[in-house]
Each structure stands twice: as structure tokens, then as C-alpha cells.
Design a protein around this ligand. Structure first.
Ligand code: FAD
Length: 399
């Protein structure tokens, strides 16, 4: 059979290899990953693994039994599409079909690279390095009140660290959710004992402290035994420079609705790829786990010639922060109405976004049933009665 080479042994790469076998592909599958560790799951890194409640998060997959040629600790440095080869430190690897699943890398604060005590949180190595920071209950400054910042702050508070979170915007999750929805979230930080500083711009990071821009050109200093930077991630596609592959301005590979790139026989899936969503009428770049699970099924089916349905998922993710289970499904970009189900001052509530009377997105805080039912309504484009949908005592499926 044709030889499939998958670059990147994270969730999307591993799931592509597994999906190929599940769907009956019998040809050679080579899975190449830069990290030396057995392939592992990332979400536990900012949760159980960080707190030492789990040893690791390696996937429970027998690659040998599946006939997958797993090559770890090997970085792919280039792609030559005309030759159908990728390059590695140990020489070229030929492919018939290539799947790019190189994920994303975390953005750094300019000037903070190499400063002792400054951490990122993307890899198992990062989480292992952060373990002692929590154990020693160090004073930590978290830069960025996004998903990763919130989860790290949660774990650090649970471990008894002194935690300050600095955020340049006027609220947490400013890039992800509208202001009225994030308004109640600032209180979650404070109630956990973390000090949330909004409108706080980092001027520089030094060993032992973070220097913030104060009013009128002054500065303020925060002591920090450790600094954790969580200011976003960018698709890991730099190694494709010169290959001719089409990239978005975000750096993501521009894939089509079967996750094919602009190059022949080259697919892209997971955090490194954007795809056109007919459902939402725009191109989506999703940096969440569920997309790295679903996308590979489309890739495998297309490689097998199965003419899969266009890849057009209702994006889904979850986050665990400050004792709350936060879930989101859909994409609220084109919504025209926002409905509250419940009071954001309470422990549990949801927000439903509609376009006309059709649900397009849902955020659920501690209301997993809302999420499950709302996700189905979004998938099926089932209209709701807005008055009933705004009543938290009415199950969403009956709205
Ligand atoms: P990755 O997991 O980044 O895997 C890509 C792999 O490719 C990496 O191992 C990398 O080393 C390798 N690679 C990159 N370049 C090369 C190269 N040139 N050669 C060889 N190998 C290469 N999502 C949720 O929905 N819920 C959560 O609660 C959640 N928590 C998270 C917590 C943390 C700490 C992190 C970092 C992410 C979290 N996510 C969560 C996001 C989710 O983990 C990602 O969306 C998912 O891992 C994406 O999978 P991927 O395979 O596309 O990319």
C-alpha cells in the first residue's frame, strides 16, 4: 500500500495513525515526533499532572500491535513536495501521503527567553519543571488570563502558592469571549485567593521579578520566584518555509474541507491547520482537543478514498478552572442574540448564542447537561423558543 508519513506525534498525529488502522488501512504508517516521550495527552498537564496527582498522561495505545512505525525524538526540518520527501536530522523520509500534525508552540514574552524561573506550559517537560514550583509553594506570577493561565493559577492556588495573574486586557479571556460573559470570571480568580491585575502590561521580566508598566511612565514590581507565561500559541509550521505550502496569516496550514493542504498528497490536522466551515461561514483555526480527535477521522477516510463528508464540526472544548467545569460548543461569531440561563453570580449557569432562533454556540459553567443538549441543537440547527431557552429550569432539548 501507499506509505503514509505523519509528522507530529501529539493527539492529532496519533489519532490519524489509529484512525487509518481502524478504517482498514494496511499499508505502512510512519509516525514521527520531535519529543522523546511516549506520545501523551496535553489537557492533564495543566491539571492532574501539574499537581502530581497523575504520573503522566501517555496514550494507552500499543503502536507495535497496530503496526505503526513510531519514531520519537526526531525533528522534521523540511518538506520537499516535488520529491515527496521530508527531511530529518537523520536523513530524508519518503512518503506517498504526508499528514502534518505538528500542533502549536506557545508564544514567549519578548526578552524573557532564557531568564531563569520563566516557564511556558505546553509540554510534559514544561509540566515536570513546574512541579517543584508548586511543591515549594513559590510566589508565582502568571502572565495572561487565558485558558492556560486560568488553569495554571487554579493548580498553583490549590498547591498553596501565592499567585498573581497579570493581564493586559480589561478582563480574563478577552480574546475568546465577549465582555458580558467574562465579567463574572474575574471574581473566580479573586475568590480562589489569586490576585488578578487587569490592564497590566509587562515591561520586562527579570530573575525574581516582573516589572509592569505603571501610570505616566512609572513602573511597578512584582516579586516572583517563578513566572508562567500563557499568552497564546501559534501553529508550528515554521519548518515548512520554502515548501510552497499555503499558510494563513496566523501561520496555520490552509486546509480544505477534507483537510487537504495546497500541496498534492499533503494533509494537515489539529492545532496546525485551519479549515473552511460552511456551518459558520468562515475559516476556523481551533486549538482544542476535540478537533484533534475528530479531524483525523476525516483525514484517514480521505486517504482511504472513502469520500468523507466535509469536515465541518461544531467545535467543542472544556476547561477546569477555580473548581468550575467550563464547557463551550460552537462558534458565536455570527450570533445576534445572547441568552443567559441562570445568574452568573451563582455556581452554575449557561449562555446560549442564537442566530435568529437557531442556537450557534453555548457556554456552560457547571451545567454539563446544558452542554450536551445544546451541542445537539447546534449540530442539528434546531430552532428554540428564546423565552423558554432563557429559563434554566427548562431543559434545553425541550426549549
Ligand atoms: P500537539 O498536541 O501540539 O502535538 C504536536 C506534536 O508535534 C508535538 O508533540 C510536537 O513536539 C510535534 N512536532 C512539532 N513540530 C515538529 C517537527 N517539526 N517535527 C516533529 N515533530 C514535531 N484542549 C481542550 O479542549 N481542553 C483542555 O482542557 C485543554 N487543556 C490543555 C492544557 C494544556 C497545558 C495544553 C498545552 C493544551 C490544552 N488543550 C486543551 C489543547 C489541546 O491539548 C490541543 O488542542 C491538542 O493537543 C492539539 O493536538 P495536536 O496533535 O494538533 O498538537
Amino acid at each position: 500500500g501507499r506509505r503514509v508519513v505523519i509528522v507530529g506525534a501529539g493527539m492529532a498525529g496519533v489519532q490519524t495513525a489509529v484512525a487509518l488502522r481502524e478504517q482498514g488501512f494496511t499499508g505502512p504508517v510512519v509516525l514521527i515526533g520531535a519529543e522523546p516521550h511516549q506520545p501523551y495527552d496535553r489537557p492533564p498537564l495543566s491539571k492532574a499532572v501539574l499537581l502530581g496527582k497523575a504520573e503522566g498522561s501517555a496514550f494507552d495505545i500499543d503502536f507495535t500491535a497496530l503496526g505503526i512505525d513510531l519514531r520519537l525524538g526526531v525533528e522534521v526540518t523540511g518538506l520537499r513536495p516535488a520529491d515527496h520527501e521530508v527531511d530529518t536530522e537523520t536523513g530524508p523520509v519518503p512518503y506517498d501521503v504526508l499528514v502534518v500534525a505538528t500542533g502549536a508552540y506557545p508564544l514567549t514574552l519578548p526578552g524573557s527567553e532564557g531568564v531563569p524561573g520563566v516557564h511556558l506550559l505546553r509540554t510534559l517537560d514544561d509540566a515536570v519543571r513546574l512541579g517543584p514550583v508548586l511543591e515549594r509553594r513559590h510566589a508565582v506570577v502568571v502572565v495572561g488570563a487565558g485558558w492556560i493561565g486560568a488553569e495554571f493559577a487554579t493548580a498553583a492556588r490549590e498547591a498553596g502558592c501565592d499567585v498573581t495573574v497579570v493581564e493586559a486586557a480589561d478582563r480574563p479571556l478577552a480574546g475568546a469571549l465577549p465582555a458580558e460573559v467574562t465579567a463574572p470570571m474575574g471574581a473566580w480568580y479573586t475568590a480562589s485567593g489569586a490576585d488578578l491585575r487587569l490592564h497590566a502590561r509587562v515591561r520586562r521580566v527579570e530573575e525574581g521579578r516582573v516589572v509592569l508598566d505603571g501610570p505616566d511612565g512609572t513602573t511597578a514590581e512584582l516579586p516572583a520566584d517563578a513566572v508562567v507565561v500563557g499568552i497564546g500559541a501559534r501553529p508550528a509550521t515554521d519548518w515548512l518555509a520554502g515548501s510552497g505550502a499555503a499558510l494563513d496569516p496566523s501561520g496555520a496550514l490552509t486546509a480544505d474541507d477534507r483537510l487537504r493542504t495546497s500541496l498534492p498528497d499533503v494533509y494537515a490536522v489539529g492545532d496546525c491547520a485551519s479549515f473552511p466551515s460552511a456551518r459558520y461561514g468562515e475559516r476556523l483555526l481551533v486549538h482544542h482537543w476535540d478537533n484533534a480527535l475528530q479531524g483525523p477521522r476525516t483525514v484517514a477516510a480521505d486517504i482511504l478514498g472513502g469520500a468523507p463528508e466535509p469536515y465541518d464540526p461544531v467545535p467543542y472544548f472544556w476547561s477546569e478552572q477555580f473548581g468550575r467545569f467550563v464547557q463551550y460548543a460552537g462558534h458565536h461569531g455570527a450570533a445576534d442574540t445572547l441568552l443567559w440561563r441562570g445568574d452568573p453570580a451563582d455556581a452554575t449557569w449557561s449562555v446560549l448564542w442564537l442566530r435568529g432562533e437557531t442556537p450557534v454556540a453555548l457556554l456552560a459553567v457547571g451545567r454539563p447537561r446544558d452542554l450536551a443538549q445544546g451541542r445537539r441543537l447546534i449540530e442539528r440547527r434546531t430552532p428554540v423558543d428564546p423565552a423558554r431557552a432563557a429559563d434554566p429550569s427548562v431543559p434545553l432539548k425541550a426549549a
